[in-house]
Design a protein around this ligand. Structure first.
Ligand code: PLP
Length: 223
């Protein structure tokens, strides 16, 4: 199936919902990404800062670029001038770096707190307790050029649907807990980024309003 028809199928499924589709373009060249742009998509996700910069330079300027992968502090400066949403905040240190680079660029950068709920050791992210510590810290309340807009997480890569559902439910519970404790007066704290090609329907059923879909749009990645 073509990229355009894959996109049509997914956007038809999502129409009438409040779910934002982030098309994950990692490893695909700019020409391929352009097909998705021509099919009408404007929100793209990358997991490497430099790859995102190259595509930002090569592609139309009305694209919103989302950083979805683990972000090293020393790479923030490359994406700070243009990034639209950073999904992968997992430490106060990283948040401070984003604050500093956003201020240099005279902008406010929207961010999500990334949680770890999956079994895999390698997946980055906070526990609910760590997020509470971060949000209670003095440093966090000083931030002026960062806006926390919600949470992001990944489920374990498994065929066990019950487990995936449980993990998405835990993520959504984390969102609700933080909303109540820290963001009750903050209407912009509303994003729940969860769900990828294999599990986005389940994620939406469990309250996701932002899905990050790569292979169901562009096909399997070569790596
Ligand atoms: C690669 C990636 C995706 C998309 O994965 P697919 O299975 O290809 O849809 C989503 N989220 C993150 C964080 C990723 O790294």
């Amino acid at each position: 199936m073509s990229i355009a028809s894959n996109i049509r199928n997914i956007t038809t499924e999502l129409s009438g919902t409040d779910v934002t589709l982030v098309a994950v373009t990692k490893t695909h060249p700019a020409e391929t990404v352009m097909h998705a742009y021509q099919a009408g998509l404007r929100v793209f996700g990358e997991n490497k800062a430099l790859e995102m910069c190259d595509k930002h330079t090569a592609l139309p300027s009305d694209i919103q670029w989302h950083m979805i992968g683990h972000l090293q502090s020393n790479k923030v400066k490359y994406i700070a001038p243009f990034v639209s949403l950073i999904h992968s905040i997992d430490s106060l240190k990283l948040l401070f770096t984003v604050e500093k680079e956003a201020a240099k660029n005279n902008r406010t950068i929207d961010c999500l707190l990334q949680f770890h709920v999956a079994e895999e050791e390698t997946k980055h992210g906070l526990t609910l307790e760590e997020a509470r510590v971060l949000l209670k810290s003095d440093g966090h309340t000083q931030l002026k050029n960062v806006r926390l807009c919600g949470i992001m997480g990944m489920a374990t890569f498994t065929d066990n649907q019950d487990q995936v559902r449980r993990e998405f439910r835990a993520l959504h519970d984390h969102f609700n807990a933080l909303k109540k404790e820290f963001f009750a007066q903050a209407p912009h704290f509303k994003t729940v980024s969860m769900g990828m090609s294999g599990d986005y329907k389940l994620a939406i059923a469990e309250g996701s309003n932002m899905v990050r879909v790569g292979s169901s749009i562009f096909g399997e990645r070569g790596t």
